[in-house]
Design a protein around this ligand. Structure first.
Ligand SMILES: [Zn+2]
Ligand SMILES: [Zn+2]
Ligand SMILES: [Zn+2]
Ligand SMILES: [Zn+2]
Ligand SMILES: [Zn+2]
Ligand SMILES: [Zn+2]
Length: 413
């Protein structure tokens, strides 16, 4: 689960048994992971002033608000709730920092104490109490033998254990041989009825274990999805992102098979553009077949771009509270892209600052720094030559390198 990333943001414990290059790679990866979760936010300013952010890292403090009906930003988590029992929630959409407001019983925010009593547009699911999934367990779960990977629903934003999302044993989560996810978004079985209209779209919208991309399929055809869809051909194989269980198909009544055929013929009408400029070419309010088993959805890469943005469809999304699906900045992919860009800028600024620092020194200072670096190199070299290469470098080793350097410096001065 991605909460690991949030751990990495605040966890500076280092395993003593790693090689130096492993250690440096590890730091680099942890920093990147932390930056991705925190969205490249430095965490030194409360985000309250920026209003409801499209997406940000959110934390819940159970010391201050035991019922979990509040959330705070990264900066507040660090500055105002240090040492408290904090739940890391990874990212949430459309959230405004609650730190120190009426829910905090007099515990003031150190960064921005001027807040409205409540943020009425915030929503708080069970995660804010430290509970996840249909089983409402904590993460990590102290009673579990091993921590099972969890996946986040892009509608309710709750996290789910892979074996608690209502899949039969024969149905698989789309992933490649290495276990890497082949889907961009997951919609849990509780939220999938709200999104049943997705079944009106071509099958390229569903992730399968073979890699498919909805956006590629659409851009390959300049008329959007028209012509890219061959009616009945694929409906049997993949109705909702998972294989249709043939045994249960045999057991379904004739009646059910009829409704299934109607749904299929509705889908095949996608091509004729009878409803104006709507991509679907039919009323999105068309009821899809509710008699089908409720399943979680796995959506393919770029699926959000294929969603129709016509007036009727947009209204429909708003009524169902899922308008965020057509907002590019809502997606985790976009959030992480922006985080990477911010990180790149930060690294460039750091490099610039180092170059400026060196340039600002006079000649003698430069020589001193350079000879210091060369002393460091020499000390390190002799350390490497003297040690047993099969043994890992410990923090004691590193400390002794610096002690030797300090001794040399004292002898010289
Ligand atoms: Zn805050
Ligand atoms: Zn607190
Ligand atoms: Zn605060
Ligand atoms: Zn569970
Ligand atoms: Zn959900
Ligand atoms: Zn439309």
């Amino acid at each position: 689960m991605a909460a690991d990333g949030a751990d990495a943001a605040f966890d500076d414990e280092v395993e003593p048994t790693v090689t130096i290059s492993e250690y440096m790679d590890g730091i680099e990866a942890e920093e990147l992971e932390a930056d991705l979760v925190l969205g490249g936010d430095d965490g030194d300013e409360c985000t309250y002033g920026a209003g409801y952010l499209k997406r940000q890292a959110v934390f819940s403090c159970l010391t201050c608000v035991p019922d979990g009906a509040a959330g705070v930003c990264t900066a507040c988590c660090l500055a105002c709730h240090d040492g408290h029992e904090v739940v890391e929630l990874w990212t949430k959409r459309n959230f405004r920092c609650d730190c120190g407001n009426s829910k905090f019983g007099g515990h003031l925010c150190k960064l921005n104490p001027e807040k409205d009593p409540e943020n009425s547009a915030n929503s708080y699911n069970q995660n804010f109490k430290g509970a996840y999934c249909t089983c409402s367990r904590p993460y990590p779960d102290p009673e579990a033998k091993e921590q099972v990977e969890m996946i986040q629903c892009c509608i309710c934003e709750d996290w789910f254990h892979e074996d608690h999302i209502g899949l039969d044993s024969a149905e698989k989560i789309p992933c490649d041989e290495e276990g890497e996810a082949l889907y961009e978004d997951f919609i849990c079985h509780k939220c999938s009825p709200v999104c049943s209209f997705l079944k009106l779209y071509p099958d390229t919208i569903w992730a399968s274990s073979k890699q498919t991309s909805a956006s590629e399929a659409v851009t390959a055809d300049s008329n959007g999805m028209e012509g890219g869809y061959s009616g009945h051909a694929n409906t049997e194989k993949n109705e909702n992102g998972a294989r249709v269980d043939h045994q249960s198909a045999e057991n379904t009544s004739v009646e059910n098979n009829c409704t299934k055929d109607i749904a299929a013929s509705e889908k095949s009408n996608l091509g004729d553009n009878s409803a104006g400029n709507c991509k679907l070419g039919l009323d999105i309010n068309t009821k899809s077949d509710d008699s089908e088993k409720i399943m979680p959805f796995f959506l393919s890469k770029g699926w959000r771009e294929t969603l129709c943005r016509c007036g009727a469809c947009t209204n429909f999304y708003e009524q169902r509270g899922i308008a965020h699906l057509t907002d590019k900045e809502d997606s985790i992919e976009e959030y992480e892209k922006m985080a990477k860009e911010k990180r790149q800028k930060k690294l460039e600024q750091q490099e610039g600052a180092e170059a400026n620092f060196i340039n600002s020194l006079n000649h003698v200072q430069k020589i001193e720094i350079l000879s210091g670096i060369s002393d460091m190199k020499n000390e390190f070299q002799s350390f490497l030559e003297s040690r047993d290469p099969s043994k890992p470098v410990t923090s004691d080793d590193v400390q002794s390198i610096f002690k030797n350097l300090a001794k040399k410096k004292q002898r010289l001065s």
